[in-house]
Ligand binder design. Structure first.
Ligand code: CP
Ligand code: NVA
Length: 307
């Protein structure tokens, strides 16, 4: 059995491990805010392989690794032999002999699973078509900061049953909260694709207003994810009524927060008055990618520490 810990989907870690990571993220964030150097990953190197574009993921991993005393190398698949057809398994064998950890943003989950199965070092999912676990980790940390424990709370997901939605559904099982999902017809959750072994933590709603009723957190994402651009015009028509607007926030709990992983399209999946409004915590959410991923990298490389 492999002793290497990967983070390829949310359910790869347990509730206990997330609780530990959230505690570490709080400590690491406080140190960073106080300009206190903390270099537990001195001389460690992270390779970041990107097959899709990114602002937040690249920046948070690269800056995070630097702040922990290590370094990060950015690889765009187009510029590597992977872009010329080198087998993923061969690339994993080689790359994982030269660095201490690998972060990958790619298309199908199968690609990252194959890479991980041939890697000597931890592999982190920086987004696939199916999942975005680092983002949900940051989102839940942000909820805890603003509202406390997420256990038993209700998250309303309005929009596409994409990588973000699937990961919320997995997180609900691991951390014991509920997700109310509303997607347009034809874009419903596919439990198998979401990797769900337990469907008791989510409920589907035809009407997005119903999904938002009483929710503690309302969230959405772009109507067209990376890799699905050819469907953009059709999706704009199909998702027209799935915009998070002030009316939806009105029926949510009075202290509900709004989240969006970003980048956002105001006037499509979210109204400007919501994302730029008082209930929105999107900038904290983006910042927390940095702190939670630093805690994750520390955990994957060093295990539980007491510093
Ligand atoms: N939310 C997120 O992953 O953003 P990027 O695509 O900019 O990395
Ligand atoms: N669902 C979006 C998230 C971007 C961070 C996408 O996959 O493009």
């Amino acid at each position: 059995m492999s002793l290497i810990k990967h983070f390829l989907q949310f359910q790869d870690l347990t509730r206990d491990e997330f609780e530990y990571i959230f505690e570490r993220a709080k400590i690491i964030k406080a140190r960073f805010k106080n300009y206190q150097p903390y270099h537990p990953l001195g001389d460690r190197t992270l390779a970041m392989i990107f097959e899709k574009q990114s602002t937040r993921t690249r920046l948070s991993f690269e800056a995070g690794m630097h702040q922990l005393g290590g370094s990060a190398i950015y690889l765009n698949t187009r510029d590597t032999q992977l872009g010329r057809g080198e087998p993923v398994e061969d690339a994993a064998e080689v790359i994982s002999r030269m660095v201490d950890m690998v972060m990958i943003r790619t298309f199908e989950q199968d690609i990252i699973e194959r890479f991980a199965s041939h890697s000597r070092v931890p592999v982190i999912n920086g987004l696939t078509n199916e999942y975005h676990p680092c983002q949900i980790m940051a989102d839940i940390f942000t909820f805890i900061e603003h509202r406390g424990c997420i256990k038993g709370k209700t998250v309303a997901w309005v929009g596409d049953s994409n990588n973000m939605c699937n990961t919320w559904l997995q997180a609900a099982v691991v951390l014991d909260f509920n997700v109310h999902v509303s997607t347009p017809p034809g874009y419903e959750v596919e439990p198998e694709r979401a990797g769900l072994y337990d469907t008791s933590h989510y409920e589907s709603f035809v009407d997005p207003m119903e999904a938002c009723k009483g929710a503690d957190l309302v969230t959405t994402d772009v109507w067209t994810s990376m890799g699905f651009e050819a469907e953009n015009e059709e999706r704009k028509r199909d998702f027209h009524d799935w915009q998070v607007d002030a009316e939806m926030m009105q029926v949510a709990a009075s202290d509900a927060v709004f989240m969006h992983c970003l980048p956002a399209h105001r006037g499509e999946e979210v109204a400007a008055e919501v994302i730029d409004g008082a209930q929105s915590v999107v900038w904290d959410e983006a910042e927390n990618r940095l702190h939670t991923q630093k805690a994750l990298m520390e955990y994957l490389l060093l295990g539980k520490v007491n510093e």
